[in-house]
Design a binder for this molecule. Structure first.
Ligand code: ZN
Ligand code: ZN
Length: 293
């Protein structure tokens, strides 16, 4: 099994586990909501159901991103994962805004939460399950370097946070501290929107071909100059393409060597770049004659 296939297998397995957890939440919340006649609980259950759709989007996006280059896409399809992550970040911002909006409306209408042990228990169970979803998705997402899975993980955590807010609100109602519900709701809204914006900005940078960091570039240049017969590096460009990196480099070599020797140096340069920089997909080396003067 090659690296890419094992990446897909690990990601799919993780997403499927979280999907089953969400189906479980959907069922218990809707059934419980119908039993105690709570529209909030039913709506929350349906939300868990809708989370299944975004998670399936991750599976499809990651799978499509792995497709090898074809006639229409000579550089591969990695950016599909960036696009999926981009959409997930927008959904995350929307979820955060919705929590904030709901809280503000509740404040204006002076709505009060009612305390029941049962509602408290459901909120608690929801926090635990959602946090577990976050933990497994975030770990695998980081290990497999999948921004889409990491964004989905943050979605799970934003749901965990909103359950924390419900929990605090319900508990506050028990002691007649109704303001707790509003404060928790607003705090969660801000946290979720912030995470959403962070992921959104990262994706945006990737979509406009952000380069790797300057320190990393300087390091590679040093290694090339010290280990090969490269006299000078006249230009080097890098760009992120989904989770991969493309590198273009122009090197100057002794003008009196033959094509074969020039080619050997270019090969060495390519190998150094692939060793020194993570996830390099392709390197193009242009060879110029060095001008001694
Ligand atoms: Zn959700
Ligand atoms: Zn294609």
């Amino acid at each position: 099994m090659n690296e890419d296939t094992s990446k897909i297998v690990n990601i799919n397995r993780t997403v499927i586990i979280t999907v089953f957890m969400n189906i479980f939440l959907l069922i218990i919340k809707v059934v419980a909501g119908l039993m105690v006649n709570s529209t909030a609980l039913i709506a929350d259950g349906l939300h868990s159901g809708s989370d299944v759709i975004t998670s399936l989007g991750v599976i499809i996006g990651v799978k499509m991103a792995q497709k090898p280059r074809d006639e229409k896409h000579h550089y591969g399809h990695e950016k599909i994962e960036t696009m999926v992550t981009f959409l997930l970040s927008i959904i995350l911002i929307y979820v955060g805004a919705k929590i904030g909006y709901g809280t503000i409306i509740a404040i204006i209408q002076k709505r009060q939460v009612h305390f029941t042990c049962f509602a408290l228990f459901i909120a608690f169970a929801s926090i635990v399950i959602k946090e577990i979803q976050y933990q497994i998705a975030f770990r695998v997402g980081t290990k497999e370097q999948s921004p889409a899975l990491i964004a989905d993980a943050w979605h799970h955590r934003s749901d965990a946070f909103s359950s924390v807010a419900s929990f605090i609100g319900i508990l506050g109602a028990k002691y007649k501290i109704y303001i707790l519900d509003s404060l928790a709701g607003l705090a969660v809204s801000i946290i979720v929107i912030r995470v959403g914006i962070k992921i959104f900005m990262d994706c945006f940078q990737q979509l406009i071909d952000i380069s790797i960091c300057t320190d990393e570039m300087d390091n590679v240049k040093k290694v090339i100059i010290s280990k090969t017969d490269t006299k000078n590096i006249s230009d080097m460009r890098t760009r992120r393409h989904g989770t991969k990196v493309f590198v273009d480099i122009s090197i100057c070599v002794d003008p009196d060597i033959n094509v074969q020797e020039g080619h050997e140096i270019a090969r060495e340069v390519e190998n150094i770049i692939k060793e020194e920089i993570e996830n390099v997909k392709d390197v193009i080396v242009h060879v110029n004659p060095f001008c001694y003067k």
